[in-house]
Unconditional design. Structure first.
Length: 332
């Protein structure tokens, strides 16, 4: 346990285990039916042109499963009494910080415009106490079952870590940057990044390039693929400037861009080499790889304008250094 005089860790873990199997949401209705405008907006944002998602026989992209359960700012309450009680128990024990770690989805039935969805959510598991780089805490996994009528359309597992942040004596050191989640679908991408190569998936059936990495082609449905190396050229398609929430591993404000690569796919990354308030849509950028310690390498995007200025300054500085000895010699 975290606090002084708190109960032993094994007794606390036993109390947490009681919540496994209890409901986090019961027979809730989706705020809106599955609908074509939302599907269209999703596909435009993701750059997904699969013809299955448009026309009179359209289905919703399977990865939109959670979208139909979202409540908005003023929708459903946070959860059932059991779920709120579990999180409150962790808060009181000092595990007050939270971070989402991963999610898993299973698709059993396609959703179509007009479908009214209902969903139930259960607290599937509470882990033993774990020590992570963020701190010590417990992983809480919930499983959501999404239905249309009595048909199970899909399941969505969502895992969070409730933890007590590490506190170092004296002046706290800046924590390391969190590592990306690597799974069987994207492992090849991160292996390429570690070797400072940006790889894009390419369907060997229809030749469509795609990012992020997926187990199958979203254009033709083909399962086979190879890779092509990105040129490293791109432009800022959209961006946000991050101010909150503050996190010790980062130094806000900073710009995160949705970068459109010369090859046509888009990916997210930090925009560097230019003040955050100078980032703009259409800004040319070039790929760089940034070492973030502990064998973590990340692709970032440097504004080409700033890069050209830096190169010019380096050339001018070199020329200036060459001129100094000549001037000194002339004055002797």
């Amino acid at each position: 346990m975290v606090g002084q005089g708190a109960e032993p860790a094994d007794e606390f873990a036993t109390r947490l285990k009681v919540y496994e199997g209890q409901r986090a949401a019961v027979a809730r209705m989706g705020k809106d039916p599955v609908n074509a405008p939302m599907i269209r907006h999703w596909c435009e944002a993701m750059g997904d042109t699969n013809p299955a998602y448009s026309g009179p026989d359209a289905i919703a992209p399977p990865t939109m499963l959670q979208a139909w359960t979202m409540s908005g700012l003023f929708g459903h309450t946070r959860g059932t009494h059991a779920y709120d009680e579990l999180l409150g128990l962790l808060d009181e024990a000092g595990y007050s910080a939270v971070v989402a770690t991963d999610c898993e989805q299973e698709y059993l039935r396609p959703l179509r415009p007009g479908d009214e969805i209902t969903y139930d959510s259960v607290i599937e598991s509470v882990s033993e106490r774990k020590t992570t780089k963020l701190g010590t805490g417990y992983f809480v996994t919930t499983r959501m079952d999404v239905r249309v009528g009595t048909d199970l359309a899909g399941t969505h597992r969502f895992r969070i870590l409730k933890y007590a942040p590490l506190r170092q004596p004296g002046r706290p050191e800046k924590p390391p940057r969190p590592h990306p989640v690597v799974n069987r679908d994207n492992a090849g991408f991160w292996e390429g990044v570690r070797s400072r190569t940006l790889l894009i998936q390419r369907c060997t059936g229809c030749g469509t390039l795609r990012h992020p990495w997926l187990p199958g082609c979203n254009a033709c449905g083909g399962p086979d693929w190879d890779t092509v190396e990105a040129s490293g050229q791109g432009t800022v398609y959209s961006y946000v400037v991050m101010h909150h929430p503050p996190f010790p591993a980062f130094d806000p404000p900073y710009a995160v861009g949705l970068i459109e690569l010369a090859e046509g796919v888009r990916m997210i990354g930090n925009v560097v080499g230019v003040p955050y308030d100078k980032v703009r849509i259409g800004l040319p950028v070039r790929l760089e790889f940034q070492d973030c310690g502990e064998e973590l390498v990340l692709p970032v995007w440097r504004a080409q304008e700033a890069q050209e200025i830096q190169q010019t300054q380096e050339i001018q500085e070199t020329q200036k250094n060459r001129e100094v000895p000549e001037n000194q010699g002339a004055g002797v």
